[in-house]
Design a protein around this ligand. Structure first.
Ligand code: TRP
Length: 329
């Protein structure tokens, strides 16, 4: 049986939120099944597109690797590595850049957003970011790329680059597909439920960090913004209520119909406490494992080193093939 190849990555910038977890990381764990082979990486090269503090980047790369294991990535089964440890990504990125049009990159909504936010540092890396991401994906022959909503456009670009390259130079790359979670791809902010939950929210009550203490989680949910409707229901326009119910379902495995039935006749107070408890139950074991790996740096280093070696072998095969295809001697 041909196994499906999965690849995904996350930047080591800050602690992921509950939204990142439900929208992406949880899926990473669930995709580690017998008919799939998964590569997971900490995208440290991508983190350089905004101004960074070297010491902080080094620390955050380590804690992100620990957190991925804590979220259920099994490094015995799925190579877990740091992007910069596999030098082939940056090399393939050059070839792909020569197959990508500026018009395509101009259309990337993340580039537009980020160049607005960082208007004093619109660097070429920010612009070619999606090309490196395409290299990350295509170099493993990934069929599926589990991502949150905001990265879908980048995976679609990777598809287009693969198709164009194959047409020009012969079958070289697998054409990948984005995989979005069935629901929960967009967990909204707790204070502003019309916008996605974000760790850069200036109000920390707007998001749940994966490392928030249980008491803090409870407090943030109790303060969550809802509406004045008398009943709890999943309905058009009821952003705050819908978001709480979605988080509840994601953390308990219940269906929306079951959740809505459970809270029939109840008020927001009850719903908020129930959601907070479900989130705490999901996050507490993750935090315990995270701490264990943060306390054992040697073990973590061993894991990512082995991951990079496994990934590098596969990456080199694709790079060789692509170099030959374009006519490099
Ligand atoms: N750009 C992604 C993000 O910001 C991280 C990432 C880098 C990625 N390379 C990738 C995701 C390859 C999926 C596949 O979250």
């Amino acid at each position: 049986m041909e196994k499906k190849i999965i690849l995904s990555g996350i930047k080591p910038t800050g602690i992921p939120t509950l939204g990142n977890y439900i929208g992406a990381l949880r899926n990473w764990r669930q995709m580690q099944e017998d008919d799939k082979y998964c590569y997971y990486m900490v995208a440290d090269l991508h983190a350089l597109t905004v101004r960074n503090d070297p010491k902080e980047l080094r620390e955050q790369t380590r804690s992100m690797a620990a957190l991925l294991i804590a979220c259920g990535i099994d490094p015995e089964r799925s190579p877990l590595f740091i992007q910069s440890h596999v030098h082939q990504h940056a090399e393939l990125s050059w070839l792909l850049g020569c197959t990508t049009y500026m018009g395509e990159l101009n259309r990337m909504t993340q580039f537009k957003d980020k160049s607005q936010k960082h208007s004093d540092n619109i660097n070429a890396g920010l612009y070619t970011y999606p090309v490196l991401m395409a290299a990350d994906i295509l170099i493993y022959g990934a069929h599926m790329v589990p991502v949150g909503d905001d990265q879908k456009q980048h995976v679609e670009l990777a598809r287009n680059i693969a198709i164009r390259f194959n047409n020009a130079f012969g079958e070289t790359f697998v054409v990948p597909e984005p995989v979005m979670p069935k629901f929960g791809a967009r967990i909204m902010g707790l204070q502003d439920p019309e916008h996605k939950m974000s760790k850069t929210d200036t109000n920390p009550n707007g998001y749940i960090s994966m490392l928030d203490e249980p008491a803090v989680i409870m407090k943030k949910f109790k303060k969550a913004v809802t509406d004045c409707e008398p009943t709890i229901a999943y309905a058009e326009g009821r952003h705050g209520c819908n978001n709480l119910l979605t988080i509840y379902c994601a953390c308990t495995g219940k269906t929306m119909a079951e959740a809505v039935a459970e809270f029939e006749g109840a008020g927001y107070g009850k719903l908020k406490v129930a959601v907070a408890e479900a989130v705490i139950a999901e996050i507490e074991p993750i935090q315990a494992t995270f701490k264990r790996y943060m306390d054992d740096e040697a073990e973590l280093d061993r894991i990512v080193k082995k991951g990079a070696q496994q990934a590098g072998e596969r990456a080199q095969l694709t790079l060789d093939k692509a170099y030959r295809a374009v006519g490099l001697r």
